[in-house]
Structure formats: C-alpha cells, structure tokens
Design a protein around this ligand. Structure first.
Ligand code: 3UK
Length: 536
C-alpha cells in the first residue's frame, strides 16, 4: 500500500476499485506534482513564506484579511481541531456556513490538520444532513452559529458525530473563543497527493446524494487548469461572485483560484443581481463567478452601476443561453466565459477564452482535458451528431462507496450525463441533460434550445421547457414562463410566444403548452429543477 498520512483510512477504504477509476492524464508541465502535497501548504503557507503575507486575501463587509492573518487564523483553528476536538488525520469534518471569512479559515484548518472536509450547502435540512453524516461517517463539525438548529436536529440521529463547534459565537466553548488560546503556528499534516482532501456531495436533487472524493492533488490541479488557461488570473485580481464554497464551483472560484494566484476574494453571504452589482462596484472586483440566471438579472440593471473595474465574468452550473450572453455584453461590454464543470470532475473542463468564444458553444476541451461525444455503444460520434459527453483529464469521478460509479465512468471516460455535439473545430455544443431530451412525435427536442428562443422575446424574464404527457402525442413540449413586469399572462401572450419560437427555430420545436408562473424552482446553486416542472 502506498504512503498515506491518514490514520483513519475510511476515505481510502471506500474509494471505488482502481478498475473503475477514470483514466487520469497529467500532460501539462504545470500538472507534474510531487507524491506528497497538502493543498493548504500550497495555497496558503507558501505565499506567506514567499513574502506575499501582507497582501489582502479575503475581503468582506467586516473588513480585509491578509494572507498572514488568514494563515495564523487557520493555524489556530487547526490547533483547536487537533488539541480540543481530538481530530485524527483522515477523520471527516462537516463544514457548514455561508461564504464568509471564518468559513474560509475553517476550510484551510481542516486541510492543514489532514481532515477530510465535507462542506454542505447552508440551506440543507436535518434530513439531508443526516444522510450525509451517515454516509461519510462524519465525526466532527464546524458550523456557523446561525445554522445551528438543523445541525443539532441531525446530531440527535447521528451518534458518530461526537465533536461540534460553532463560529461567530462568543460563548466560552465557541470556535472563536477556543482559537484565541491556541498557538499561532501549526505543522501541516504531510498528506499524500492522493490522500482524500474533501468529499463533495452532488447538488443533484434527485435520488440519494452521491459523495465525490477529491485528493489534495485534485484541488491544486483544478487551480492549474481553467484559471490559468481560460481565465488567466493574476495577483491583482479581485474575485467576487455567488457560488457557495460548499459547491466545488465556489470552492474554486471564491477561494482556491484567487489564493493560487496571490489574488484576493470578496466573500459575501447572500447576493442577488442588485447586491452582486453593488459588490463589484464597492470592492472594485475584476473577476465575477456566477450562474446564467444572475447574468440575465444583472444585464437588466447593470447600467445603474459603475462596473469599470470588472474584466472577466465566468458562468457555469447550467447552460448559458446565447440571448443572456448578448444582453450582458450589451450592458457591460464583457464577453462571458462559459464553462461546464461538475462536482465529479471538481471543476471546469470545457470552456474558452473571451477571444475564442463561439456562439452557442460551451467551448473546447481546456488544456489538460480531453473531451469527446460517444454514441450508445461507446463509439465516438462524428462531428454534428448528438451523443453523450465524455471527458478525461487530471481530475475525475470517484464516488464514495456507490454503485453509480459504473454509470459515470465507462471505458476510462467520465460521462457527465449531458447530451452534446461537437463541431469540426472541436467546439462542444450543449443540448440538454441526457434525461431531459424531449421526445415528441418522434422528434428529439432539447429543452434548453427552446428556452433560448423564448428568452429572445421581450416579454420573457425566465423560462423552463420540459416534456409533458399528452394523450394524443405521448409527450409535448411545455414552457413555464415568468413574464417581465408590464406583461400580462393571457392566451394572446401565449400565442405570441409560440409564434415567436416558430419563427426563431424549427417550428416543430415550439411549445404546444405555455404556462405562466411567478417563479421557477431552482437549487441553491441556481440550477433550474426540471424534474419539479415535470410534476407541476
Ligand atoms: C450542468 C452545465 C451546460 C451539466 C459545476 C462548474 O455545475 C457544476 O456541478 P454540478 O455537479 O452539475 C454538473 C452538471 O451541471 N452544467 C454545468 N455547467 C454547465 N451545462 N453548460 C454549462 N456551462 O449538466 C453538468 O453535468 O452541480 C460547474 C464548476 C464546478 C461544478 N461543480
């Protein structure tokens, strides 16, 4: 057995068998890593020892925190974990909070102490927490005091969760108070590059949650791919955005990427289109990470803000409709960088630079990754033919004790569950989630394409298109539409939208049913919940 720093071998013991791992590729010079690495040493300790400590790492409404301050705070918290909470390397630590400086410091503390971090979305309820705690056999938790009640309720059902501390709390036993008594230094656990650093539960909303396991090396590899080749981040960048640190999109964009490049990040707890714009203006942010729906919301009001600091915008989580890309460009002058990533792959693997954007495409396989489109038999589809997206690179899917490993990884490829087509030049065009392709009267229709057409209509604020059962046709295309203020739901409006779609794309794709709604069901990460629309 190869070297490990873990005394508790649970994570390693529950990795899928090697034969079911995806193939890994480390073809770029920047992806040559040593056999031992701790991602906190790379992202936090090294900048400090290299003289970068006085620079700002975190910005928030409470003020600024330099690299040195974050380093000492994380050291103290790591000491609390080891000395007060008896954490052993390899134990799983639940981390629970909105994006704020303590959440960031606690994440680094867990990495330093060799713990396996299981960060959870702030809105999760006791039932979901219980499933995660049980599945990952979690023994320790660090939690924002404001999220105490659901964790307490979960703890009653989870005997294994024995040590819990809260932050932003002034009681004698709080993380804040305990950390003040601790030394400012901590010797990071000498983890192996392949020791599990985190288990990210998928934000998927159907079925039992799946835990994806990522190594210390994977955290660094995600920082050395997308942000280097597509985003081209630098030390003077100020990152901001919405994805929670508990979502790997946010772990990269809101914490690890800025740190890898010596930049700073603005951590805000809750943002809407208006408050995100305010944040960009106030902190002179240069880079923004958020979801397509936020870009659409921001485009409508961007003119009221000074966005002159902003240089790069990244969209991920779901497909970026071209109308949204164009509206945001008109409003801000910025060509959004679209990127598809997944919790299984840890971050983005298909994207593009602003210069190499191609309308309607997510982009090309970014340096370090390979992508292809496979047919039902696992053969590569020729350009122009729709099939299943398959990717491989330095990171990949390893589910925690889960039968579904065989679904995501086949023949060494990671199958993301997305229907895509590739053009002659290697650009990849998103169609739909494989399960979301609508088959109506023998035609294959991708809901997102119909959504893109609807979004071009001046009355449409948001929409979602799914297949709905129909006595005559089996399945019909049905659109759920949120109208912009000033437009009334009526049979005439529905007819106007249908006619509009017929003139924008192939007429057989038009929504035979249109239902007006006040809002659309979305996950905490901004994803449309199509399965909920299907049952409306
Ligand atoms: C969909 C996209 C079209 C796609 C994620 C960036 O979203 C992330 O992870 P999840 O596990 O979901 C993965 C699935 O979401 N998707 C994401 N981005 C796009 N579809 N265009 C896109 N640009 O179905 C994918 O399989 O929640 C995104 C970085 C890290 C992430 N975890």
């Amino acid at each position: 057995m190869s070297y490990t720093a873990h005394l508790d071998s649970f994570a390693r013991d529950n990795l899928p068998p090697r034969s079911l791992w995806p193939e890994l590729a480390f073809e770029l010079p920047e992806l040559q890593y040593p056999a031992r690495m701790n991602c906190a040493t790379e992202l936090l300790d090294k900048p400090v020892t290299r003289g970068h400590g006085h620079r700002v790492a975190l910005r928030s409404p409470d003020g600024e925190c330099t690299y040195t301050q974050l380093f000492t705070q994380s050291n103290r918290l790591a000491n609390v974990l080891v000395r007060e909470m008896d954490l052993k390397p390899g134990n799983r630590v639940l981390l629970r909070g909105p994006n704020n400086p303590m959440m960031a410091a606690c994440w680094f503390a867990v990495m330093k102490a060799g713990g396996v971090c299981v960060a959870t979305m702030p809105l999760l309820r006791a039932k979901e927490l219980t499933e995660i705690i049980t599945k990952a056999e979690i023994s320790h938790a660090l939690c924002d005091k404001r999220l105490e009640s659901e964790l307490k309720a979960a703890q009653e059902k989870c005997g294994m969760l024995k040590s819990v501390k809260y932050w932003y709390d002034d009681s004698a036993d709080s993380l804040d108070t305990l950390s003040l008594r601790q030394p400012l230094t901590f010797a990071n656990v000498a983890t192996a590059a392949e020791d599990v650093a985190l288990i990210a539960f998928t934000s998927g909303t159907t079925g039992k949650p799946k835990g994806t396991m990522h190594f210390h090396r994977d955290v660094i590899a995600m920082c050395d791919c997308f942000p280097r080749s597509c985003l081209k981040a630098g030390k003077d960048d100020v990152f901001c955005g919405t994805p929670p640190i508990a979502f790997t999109f946010g772990l990269g964009g809101m914490l690890c990427f800025p740190m890898r490049f010596g930049a700073s990040t603005v951590l805000m707890e809750k943002l809407g289109p208006d408050t995100l714009l305010e944040t960009i203006q106030r902190f002179k942010a240069t880079v923004c990470f958020t979801s397509p729906i936020m870009y659409r919301g921001m485009a409508a009001i961007a003119r009221d803000y000074d966005l002159s600091s902003l240089k790069k915008c990244v969209s991920a989580g779901e497909a970026l409709p071209d109308p949204t890309r164009q509206l945001f460009k008109q409003a801000s002058g910025i060509e959004i960088i679209d990127g598809i990533g997944s919790t299984e792959m840890i971050h983005i693997f298909i994207s593009h630079t602003p210069e190499r954007v191609r309308r309607g495409a997510t982009g090309y396989a970014i340096p370090g990754y390979h992508a292809t489109v496979l047919d039902a038999d696992g053969r590569a589809c020729p350009p122009g033919k729709i099939g299943r997206l398959a990717v491989k690179g330095p990171t990949g899917c390893r589910y925690l004790a889960d039968e579904r490993q065989k679904d995501y990884v086949q023949q060494g490829w990671n199958l993301t569950g997305d229907a895509y087509l590739r053009d002659e030049d290697g650009y990849f065009f998103y169609q739909a989630r494989t399960d979301d392709m609508i088959i109506s009267a023998g035609y294959n229709i991708a809901g997102p394409e119909v959504e893109g057409a609807l979004l071009l209509h001046a009355a449409v604020a948001e929409c979602g298109v799914v297949g709905a059962p129909d006595a005559e046709r089996g399945t019909i295309v049905k659109a759920f539409v949120v109208l912009k203020s000033g437009h009334l739901p009526s049979a005439e409006t529905a007819k106007a939208l249908q006619d509009h779609v017929k003139s924008a794309i192939a007429p057989y794709k038009y929504p035979r049913a249109v239902e007006f709604v006040e809002s659309l069901p979305r996950t905490e990460t901004g994803k449309l919940q199509r399965f909920k629309l299907r049952t409306l």
